[in-house]
Design a protein around this ligand. Structure first.
Ligand code: 2AM
Ligand code: CA
Length: 263
């Protein structure tokens, strides 16, 4: 089986298990604080995905959220996996969470998969072959008139209301509306399918955005670091995603380049 087919099968199986999952109160733990959570299901699902990948492709490296990076120091093929993107939603809502799996080879994207688990919607893209939601081809909205844009962010308070966010707050006031799902992967996919026009995620990790960025760029969109620099592959970064390169550049030009403070 090829990597893409394997990934689709694993992600679908993981989604089916998560839909059945019921959380016991003691199955939730705080990681860095009360807003950064992990459940037994995050760990179980990541283990399941890792096992499935490494059984077939033992030389591949995996960067996932819940376990230390595995594999070669300079591997040819790297997988970025987030077993549950939107863990808070998984716990409190049991919807609006995703399984995210991206795969890159020699620094170039191979494919990205983001499963909106409860809606059973699989966003997928292979490099050079367009972006899809299930059987449906998707593309970005192409809107670039700022007052018409819908902006998604996974964390409204940190994005707009912390010190040093004046320009981002001005952007929030100038766009048509701000919405939050609480899952970076699903918010970037919302831009990919034209349901949103911009996404600003100031604390995003490679497993949060690398699968979705392939889907977005295949759908005609663009991503960059919020500083305007290219979005790195292997480091946490403040992410700006838009429906087109033009829209991305317009936002950077009018609202400045946001340099994330050192963590
Ligand atoms: P998670 O659910 O996988 O943790 C909203 O909280 C979004 O930001 C989610 O996509 C969430 O991913 C991500 N997120 C939460 N805490 C984070 C952290 N400490 N660093 C980076 N991303 C985080
Ligand atoms: Ca996660």
């Amino acid at each position: 089986m090829e990597r893409f087919e394997l990934a689709v099968a694993l992600v679908r199986q993981a989604g089916a298990a998560l839909r059945q999952a019921r959380l016991e109160a003691d199955a939730v733990r705080c990681k860095t604080g009360h807003q950064d959570l992990v459940t037994v299901w995050d760990k179980k699902t990541e283990q399941f995905l890792r096992q499935g990948i490494l059984n077939e492709f033992p030389a591949d490296a995996i960067m996932g959220e819940e376990f230390p990076a595995a594999g070669d120091a300079s591997p040819e093929t790297v997988w970025y996996i987030d077993p549950i993107d939107g863990t808070t939603n998984f716990i409190n809502q049991h919807r609006n969470y995703a399984v995210s799996v991206g795969c890159w080879q020699r620094g170039e994207p191979l494919f990205g998969l983001v499963l909106d688990v409860e809606n059973d919607r699989l966003y997928h893209a292979r490099a050079g072959q367009g972006a899809w939601c299930g059987e449906r081809r998707i593309e970005t909205s192409r809107r670039k008139n700022i007052p018409e844009l819908l902006l998604f962010t996974p964390d409204v308070i940190r994005t707009f209301l912390e010190p040093g966010r004046d320009e981002l707050l001005r952007l929030a006031r100038d766009v048509r509306a701000v919405r939050s799902i609480g899952s970076v992967a699903l918010e970037i996919c919302a831009v990919a399918c034209g349901e949103a026009d911009l996404c600003v995620a100031l604390r995003s990790c490679p497993w949060d955005h690398n699968a979705a960025r392939v889907i977005l760029t295949e759908a005609g969109g663009a991503v960059a670091a919020a500083s305007g620099k290219p979005l790195p592959l292997n480091e946490p970064c403040a992410v700006l995603a838009a429906g087109s390169t033009e829209a991305l550049e317009l936002v950077l030009e009018r609202y400045g380049r946001y340099e994330a403070p050192q963590q």
